[in-house]
Structures are given as structure tokens and as C-alpha cells.
Design a protein around this ligand. Structure first.
Ligand code: LMR
Length: 396
């Protein structure tokens, strides 16, 4: 049975985790996986999460199954967070949501759900996108195509080309959009650009699937959800995949949500029933712990306030790192313009160096990033930034 198997290469992003851990060089710098790190390079548990865990330990009375949709309370609260309390799709009872094992679990549910809705649907992803998007959609048997998104020569959005490509799509197409903090480029749509994309989606009738893995890491919880809210108000059908990995720092707890918006409440109930069927055949039911923590935080005004403050600290540090890196690269004597890094948002940017230079940084300087030259700016600290900037200057 297993004799035909050929080994697979390590995942281009997750493979860096073990390579970095095994590197004995003390100067090593981790700009690989999208995980928040503080000024000392640690990923601490948020204080609001610690409190919620204490409350959870004291109040949990059973471990009995919840069901394929997960916690109703979490599902409601996450919709308020994403769409905004009182959004028309919530008021009109046109949205249904389920808890999922992280953002990837949510995307898997969405992918299998789309396949059920329309086996001939084509998934359109940005060029480039998070590599796992493509594996996930192809794995679900969907055809995957790319629309123009990022100009890697000039570090700007290819917005006109993107819009022109979307204008050719129709009801058999699903368009994956990143709500904010585009992974891997950090280049987001402006609000005015979102308005145009929303208009084209409503006109052409394709289904938007918005991946919101970094709400709160760009500008603010509300501003990062601009496109989600605007789109939901304008179209009859859309999907939203949300993750609590980054903004609640719950990475290994695996908690996210998948929401479907339909034309009316009857269709919403039908869509939910299909989604539950899909879930039963993948993982049956989501883990409960992360959802319980999120609902404890969002269900308490005090803990919510604390979470907002802790999220702002993470966001400000990341934005500060961006500006700091640009300054230090300049100070290291590099002529090339890296100022785009300071204009971009979220955890990631493309450094814009070759795969050979990426390899050199790893081999000779113990600096780890994805082969595409995607850096996770959260891994930059005041301690390592001079070393990083000088190493970049050296390989350039
Ligand atoms: C990343 O892109 O680094 C994160 O989303 C983690 C992952 O699962 O790839």
C-alpha cells in the first residue's frame, strides 16, 4: 500500500519553524511564520486570554460534545466582530456562522462547501496569495486561477489590472479577497478600491470569499473590516473565513469561523445545513477551548477593553518595526528604496530579493524568511535590526 509513496518537501512556511529551532547560531533571526513576537522575540499569551482561561477552568462543567457548528455564542460574537454589530445581514437574519479549527479549517469548510454549491466553480486568488490557499482549493477539487494583484518590480498594487480581470467573471466564479494585511505582500486595497471591487462583485454576480486572518493588525478592528462590511451589504451571497490565531494569539488552540451570507433567511438555513454536513465529513466538530476563551473575552466589557489594548500594542509594534527596518536599511548604506515596507500593513512584506539571496541570508547569516522573500516583520527587534539591515546590505 505505501510502497509507491515519494517523500514530500517540507511546507515552504511551516518547514522554517523546525529549521530555525534547530539552528544553533545565537544571532539567528526568525522572519518566517506569521506569528507575533514581542520586543524580546517571545510570543506571550495575552493577559486577557490568561484571565479567560482561569474563568474557563473554574466554570466549565462538562466536556460533552457541542456539535458541528461549535458554540452558538462564539458564532454570534464573531459575526458582530467581523460584520459589525447591527449590520444589515445580521439584522435581516441572512448570515450563518460556524466555529472552525483555525483559519485553515474555515477555508477547508468554505472550499468543500463551494464544491457542493457548484462543482464547476472556479476559485480566483490574488497573484500572489498565501501558498496554502491554492493547496486547499485544489485539494477540494476546485479549479484555481489567479487575478493580477501585486507588482513586484515597483511594490504597488496592480489595481487596474485586478479590476479588469474581475469584470470578466460571473456567477460560476468565487473570488478570494484578503480583508486586510494581505499575505504575503502586506499591500492592501484602500477603502476607495474596496468600493470599486464591491461594485464589480454586485454587478457581475461572482461570489466573494473574504479571508480575514489578521483583523486588528492593520489599522483597527473596524477599519480592517471595511471591505467585509461593505461587501456583505452589497451582494446576495458571500463567504467569510475568520481566524482568532493572530488577533487573540490563540495559534495552537485552532479557532476560527466560517460565515455564509445569503439572499434571505430561508436560504441561510439551507446553506448552514449543507455546511454542517460538510463539517461532519471533515472533522465532525471543532475544538471548544479557543472558542470558549474568545466568547469569555468578548462577553465581558472589561476583558474586551483589555484585549483591544493588547491588540493595539501588537499592531503598533509591528508598524514600528516596519519604519525601523526601512531606516536601518538606509543607514546601512543601501541605495535601493525600501520605503514601501513602511507603507504596507500587517505581518508581511516582500523584501524583493532573489531566492538565491534568501538562501544566502539563511546560510551565511542565520536569517530565515520564506523563499519568495516574504518577511514576517513581527520577528524584528531593536536587538536584531542592525544585524538584519547590515546583512541585507551585504547580500545586496
Ligand atoms: C503564515 O502565513 O505564516 C501563517 O498564516 C501561518 C501559516 O499557517 O502559514
Amino acid at each position: 500500500m505505501f510502497n509507491q509513496l515519494q517523500p514530500m518537501p517540507a511546507d515552504p512556511i511551516l518547514g522554517l519553524l523546525s529549521q530555525f529551532r534547530e539552528d544553533p547560531r545565537p544571532v539567528k533571526v526568525d522572519l518566517g511564520v506569521g506569528v507575533y513576537k514581542d520586543a524580546h522575540g517571545n510570543t506571550p499569551i495575552l493577559a486577557c486570554v490568561k484571565t479567560a482561561e482561569r474563568i474557563r477552568t473554574e466554570t466549565e462543567t462538562t466536556k460533552v460534545y457541542i456539535g458541528p457548528a461549535g458554540s452558538d455564542k462564539f458564532n454570534r460574537l464573531i459575526c458582530d466582530l467581523a460584520f459589525g454589530e447591527g449590520h444589515s445581514v445580521i439584522e435581516q437574519n441572512r448570515v450563518r456562522s460556524v466555529s472552525t479549527p483555525g483559519g485553515t479549517g474555515s477555508l477547508k469548510v468554505a472550499a468543500d462547501f463551494i464544491k457542493r454549491c457548484n462543482p464547476n466553480a472556479t476559485m480566483w486568488v490574488s497573484d500572489p496569495t498565501w501558498a496554502n490557499h491554492i493547496s486547499l482549493f485544489k485539494g477540494a477539487g476546485l479549479k484555481v486561477e489567479a487575478y493580477p494583484y501585486y507588482d513586484q518590480q515597483n511594490n504597488v498594487l496592480k489595481f487596474d489590472e485586478m479590476l479588469a480581470a474581475l469584470k470578466l467573471l460571473g456567477p460560476d466564479d468565487v473570488v478570494l479577497l484578503h480583508a486586510c494585511c494581505h499575505n504575503p505582500t502586506g499591500q492592501d486595497l484602500s477603502e476607495a478600491q474596496w468600493d470599486q471591487v464591491v461594485e464589480v462583485a454586485a454587478e457581475r454576480g461572482f461570489t466573494p470569499l473574504i479571508d480575514m486572518a489578521y483583523q486588528g493588525f492593520g489599522d483597527s478592528l473596524d477599519r480592517d473590516a471595511y471591505g467585509v462590511r461593505k461587501m456583505a451589504a452589497a451582494v446576495d451571497a458571500m463567504l467569510l473565513c475568520a481566524s482568532c490565531s493572530k488577533n487573540f494569539g490563540l495559534y495552537r488552540e485552532r479557532i476560527g469561523a466560517c460565515a455564509v451570507v445569503t439572499k434571505d433567511s430561508v436560504k441561510a438555513d439551507i446553506a448552514l445545513s449543507v455546511m454542517l454536513h460538510v463539517i461532519r465529513a471533515i472533522y465532525s466538530m471543532p475544538p471548544a477551548h479557543g472558542a470558549a476563551l474568545v466568547e469569555t473575552i468578548l462577553g465581558s466589557a472589561e476583558l474586551t477593553q483589555q484585549w483591544h489594548e493588547e491588540l493595539a500594542v501588537m499592531r503598533d509594534r509591528i508598524n514600528g518595526n516596519r519604519a525601523m527596518l526601512v531606516d536601518k536599511i538606509k543607514a546601512a548604506g543601501v541605495n535601493r528604496d525600501f520605503s514601501f515596507i513602511a507603507r504596507q500593513k500587517g505581518m508581511f512584506s516582500f523584501l524583493g530579493i532573489t531566492p538565491e539571496q534568501v538562501e544566502l541570508l539563511k546560510r551565511d547569516y542565520a536569517i530565515y524568511m520564506v523563499g519568495s522573500s516574504r518577511i514576517s516583520v513581527a520577528g524584528i527587534t531593536e536587538e536584531n535590526v542592525d544585524y538584519l539591515a547590515n546583512s541585507i546590505a551585504a547580500i545586496l
